[in-house]
Design a protein around this ligand. Structure first.
Ligand SMILES: [Zn+2]
Length: 354
């Protein structure tokens, strides 16, 4: 495959402007378009590259992302209401969104997303969600009131796929954090604006954490298994850790999904110092070595804790995050208040362990 030049600075600005327009000017009767934008941004990180090439995405893969996004959102919200009815947030101005019943059926039958994925019912649910994606948001996302901004994707010659246009995957990768934050914030405001949700949403509710935050209880279940594979040590300073925290190695602010192999045990202090920075290459080396040696143990523990297991996706995310950091000359966190630039060693490490 020949490599194309990535989008120019001007093309990047135009792209972001169009994303902003579809989010602010598009007509929204349900939350599907936000989910669709988040899904293709995530798939661009996992499957795309940084040159200007087109990228085919199976609609089924988008459908799986939908089920994952709506899984947490369709959990009962807050305290149960007086009449005992199931308190699920509305995702639609009219009747509840159809994706909710697909997800709710899986939840009733299998309990957790991990078990649902392994069940024979999974394929049919994904097919149903894929049909919904095709019928509802797919060909509406790029439509404004009087204008069609078809800059993101078109039908692919490959049946069942869409094709991201030249430069789109590269732009989604470059602006992933910004696009995710925009889409999540619009999604949250939409849910807050629906009258049907006003009873559920008290003035103090932490809606953002519920909709998009890390699954804290699942992360806690990883403490013991991660302490086992890290021999009771903090991943970063390698000192003994007694009551540590679970940290996202590629920071949550850059990639807000819980992936099992991205989780590490660390001191509260180390975690706080690292904050939203990428970890220095010496830490990357240790993290890759840990995953190579204990990848299976981490997978097993994560399945029990109901956390997504996708080692190759996690590696793609790390490759994307470090390449992005390098392009921005980002500082990486070493220890305490010390930071350092990337040397380029990260590329060799990712190839060596890839
Ligand atoms: Zn530490």
């Amino acid at each position: 495959m020949t490599s194309l030049p990535g989008p120019t600075a001007e093309e990047q600005v135009v792209f972001l402007g169009k994303v902003e327009r579809i989010l602010s000017e598009g007509q929204y009767v349900a939350t599907y378009k936000y989910a669709l934008l988040l899904a293709i941004a995530d798939l661009a990180v996992k499957l795309g590259c940084d040159d200007g090439s087109e990228l085919d995405l199976p609609i089924r893969a988008i459908a799986e992302e939908f089920i994952e996004l709506y899984w947490r959102q369709s959990a009962p919200y807050g305290n149960s209401v007086a009449d005992g009815s199931y308190n699920i947030l509305q995702q639609n101005t009219g009747r509840q969104a159809a994706i909710i019943s697909i997800v709710d059926n899986l939840r009733q039958a299998h309990g957790t997303l991990i078990r649902a994925r392994q069940s024979p019912a999974w394929d049919a649910a994904v097919a149903e969600a894929a049909r919904l994606v095709r019928e509802m948001p797919l060909w509406r996302l790029q439509r404004l009131r009087n204008e069609v901004l078809d800059f993101l994707y078109a039908e692919s010659p490959v049946a069942g796929n869409i094709r991201l246009k030249h430069g789109v995957a590269a732009n989604l990768r470059r602006f992933h954090a910004i696009i995710v934050r925009l889409a999540q914030s619009e999604w949250m405001h939409f849910i807050q604006s629906l009258p049907g949700n006003s009873q559920l949403l008290g003035p103090t509710s932490d809606l953002s954490q519920f909709l998009f935050g890390a699954d804290r209880s699942a992360l806690l279940r990883m403490s013991t298994p991660l302490a086992d594979v890290q021999k009771g040590q903090c991943l970063y300073c390698e000192r003994r850790v007694d009551s540590g925290e679970i940290d996202h190695f590629v920071p949550w602010s850059r990639y807000p999904r819980d992936l099992a192999h991205n989780l590490v045990l660390a001191h509260k202090q180390c975690n706080r110092h690292k904050s939203d920075l990428l970890a220095a290459e010496v830490h990357l080396d240790r993290w890759l070595a840990r995953n190579q040696a204990h990848g299976n143990a981490i997978s097993d523990a994560a399945r029990t804790a109901n956390i997504i297991v996708d080692l190759s996706g996690t590696m793609s995310v790390a490759g994307w995050a470090y390449a992005h950091g390098a392009s921005l000359h980002a500082a990486t966190w070493l220890q305490g208040d010390e930071v350092e630039p990337l040397s380029g060693r990260w590329q060799f490490l990712l190839i060596e362990y890839g």
